[in-house]
Design a protein around this ligand. Structure first.
Ligand code: BG6
Length: 483
């Protein structure tokens, strides 16, 4: 049994009152109010029911790789508590759930013979969601590659992994497609490629950077890294084709990429145009090639001898037509201003005092939530866009009254959703928003330290407590508006 979050008499009254007459900041009818998670970050049950080992299992089991040597072995135990978690989502007013499927649960050896018990978990989850009136959105790759493919091919270093991914994607779409209608191929191409295959330099407060690596934890030179990037987008394209071939006729397919968003420092047409130029070039290796079917001249020129090897046929596959673009939007990558010199824009540095959320990389700049989808529409003509992730880490604690007052997350949400509503009110075709995350969870190399959830999780007892932000989300979802 799950109780609906309660915030005392005043809040309960507010939540049962009619929508304020002044609500004009509405989202389009049918807008999805979603929450998101990923398999390795919440499921646990790392070696149950025939699941194979993933690169993240191996990585987290290697001492020294993860803060406090935390692992996803148990995580939120979502694998066993999914019914409780779906009930919590329902109580938060969520109408959609973006979860990821663990590839090594389905194909323990990466390819070959599927494991029916692995698929069965997702089948039960999907049934539970649908009976709660929550639309399932499945991500096929959220970084937990079967270890067997790492060992056999060096992971995404080889086009064989891209082919195996398509095989798996087609199989899942064929099996779940009677009840799952939205599929995301790959989550955050840039993050998993750059942190897993080279180590990611993350800017910290005070201008320093820290070097973070994720699984599989190899460090390739630029040429090989570009080939990994190419195989990731190739895997996406092949998966789109496999889902079309083996999934249901009404399946909708897209990706979920954390673009490098360039935001105009000033809202004039010249700045806006400069920001579009910047966003297109800064994403040449992922978004741009998937949406245009070509690597930009500037990208190839800059890569020189390190440019990936590719064929025209591969480019066509990579740009296979999509039903929607999914974008993860946390912060601007840069602010820009126009420039008469190539590349047509200049980067405006973030001031040292620019407001931040808790994570040192997390500049607070909610206007990115307006510009990112607007640019995806204006640059690439997207007709359907999902915000597949947005959220922030916060220093959440359970207060003496048992509640979690994440006032900064509420501020962040309000700011971001106002900007998103600004976009939809101008006709930018955003069809849904997924908050990262539904619950606090395993934050990759940061272990359980960074809390991103609308629901607080005590990782000793696994007790869940909806935060103040869950209440905010519920009201926004209920009114389909920023209230
Ligand atoms: C998600 C991860 O896809 O991206 C989250 O699974 C993470 O755990 C988020 O917090 C952060 O995105 P970025 O842009 O910082 O890589």
């Amino acid at each position: 049994m799950v109780s609906v979050p309660s915030w005392g008499a005043t809040e309960v009254n507010a939540s049962t009152a009619a929508a304020p007459a002044s609500v004009s900041r509405r989202f389009p009818e049918g807008f999805y109010w979603g929450v998101a998670t990923a398999a390795y970050q919440v499921e646990g049950a790392w070696n149950e029911d025939g699941k194979g080992e993933s690169i993240w299992d191996r990585f987290a089991h290697t001492p020294g790789k993860i803060k406090n040597n935390d692992t996803g072995d148990v995580a939120n135990d979502h694998y066993h508590r999914y019914a409780e978690d779906v009930a919590l989502m329902k109580s938060m007013g969520a109408t959609a759930y973006r979860f990821s499927i663990s590839w090594p649960r389905i194909f323990p050896d990466g390819s070959g013979t599927p494991n029916p018990a692995g698929l069965d978990f997702y089948s039960r989850l999907v049934d539970e969601l649908r009976s709660a009136g929550i639309e399932p959105f499945a991500t096929l790759y959220h970084w937990d590659l079967p270890l067997a493919l790492q060992d056999r091919y060096g992971g995404w270093r080889s086009a064989e992994t891209a082919k195996a991914f398509a095989e798996y994607a087609g199989y899942v779409a064929g099996r779940l497609g009677d009840r799952v209608k939205h599929f995301f191929t790959i989550n955050e191409f840039r993050t998993f490629v750059e942190s897993g295959y080279q180590g990611l330099d993350v800017p910290m407060a005070g201008g320093q950077t820290i070097h973070l690596g994720g699984a599989p934890g190899v460090e390739f030179p630029d040429g090989e890294l570009n080939q990994v990037r190419h195989h990731a987008v190739l895997g996406h394209g092949l998966a789109v084709q496999a889902i079309r071939a083996r999934g249901p006729a009404d399946a909708k397919v897209g990706f979920a990429e954390n673009g490098r968003w360039a935001v105009p420092a000033v809202d004039t047409p010249e700045y806006v145009a400069a920001a579009e130029t910047a966003t297109r070039e800064l994403n040449a290796d992922f978004l741009t090639v998937m949406l245009e079917g070509r690597y930009t001249d500037a990208y190839l020129e800059q890569a020189g001898a390190d440019a990936p090897a590719f064929t025209d046929d591969e480019l066509k596959t990579i740009a296979s037509p999509l039903d929607f673009a999914g974008i993860n939007v946390y912060r601007p990558h840069v602010y820009v201003q126009p420039s008469g010199e190539p590349p047509g824009y200049r980067v405006v540095p973030f001031n040292a005092s620019h407001p931040k959320m808790q994570a040192s990389w997390h500049i607070f700049a909610p206007e990115v939530m307006y510009w990112a989808p607007r640019q995806v529409q204006s640059l690439w003509g997207a007709q359907s866009i999902f915000i597949t992730e947005n959220g922030c880490a916060a220093a959440d604690v359970v207060s003496s009254d048992g509640k979690v007052y994440d006032s900064d997350r509420v501020m962040f949400l309000r700011g971001c959703l106002e900007q998103l509503q600004r976009a939809t009110s101008e006709g930018v075709p955003v069809d849904g928003y997924f908050h990262w995350s539904s619950q606090d969870n395993f934050e990759w190399v940061n272990g359980f330290g960074d809390r991103f959830g609308l629901i607080y999780v005590n990782f000793d007892t696994l007790e869940r407590t909806p935060k103040l932000s869950a209440q905010w989300f519920r009201e926004a979802a209920r009114h389909n508006a920023v209230v």
